[in-house]
Design a protein around this ligand. Sequence first.
Ligand code: AMP
Length: 187
Amino acid sequence: MRIVLLGAPGSGKGTQATILTKTLNVPHISTGVLLRQAVQDQTELGQQAEAIMNRGELVPDDLMLALIKERLSQDDAKPGFILDGYPRNLSQAEALDGVLAELNAPVEHALLIHVDVDHIVDRLAKRAELENRSDDTPEVIRKRMQVYEEKTAPVTGYYQQQNKLTQVDGLGDIEEINARISAALGH
Ligand code: AMP
């Protein structure tokens, strides 16, 4: 199954993807995880991305496209994937469709995990304590939320037009939300 997970930072995409990757037996591809790894390894991409990520802004589309293209063409993604953190804007959504058209493997489901802003800010503050991420400071959290509203939220409309979008309520405990997602996927 080929799934795109959408939702604000802190909406629980990563947590749900970690469960789904086991139940659906397809890889969880998180561009945030891939980028943090590149930063840690100090690759060329990591060096280009680090300061941008620390400001809460988006890494340029051409760099992201190269990264996602490479990852999606690996063998383990042949049976499907759960994309988390990509696409982040409309041009990435279009670029992704291009890559997947070449692979003859279009997105099947776009799942939007909806959580309202007040809850998000709370969750991100808690995650900052647990994970010690350099982009979870209050100022950068505000910036990431702003980027989400301006650039990423319109991506939901893109998938809605393709009749691929399902919205799931992201409030509740992890198992409850997982059950909603499974129901939405008919799984
Ligand atoms: P995430 O873990 O998905 O919240 O991503 C952390 C940071 O990595 C984001 O705030 C961006 O700076 C960068 N990033 C992740 N995915 C993308 C993407 N698809 N396009 C541009 N930047 C991204």
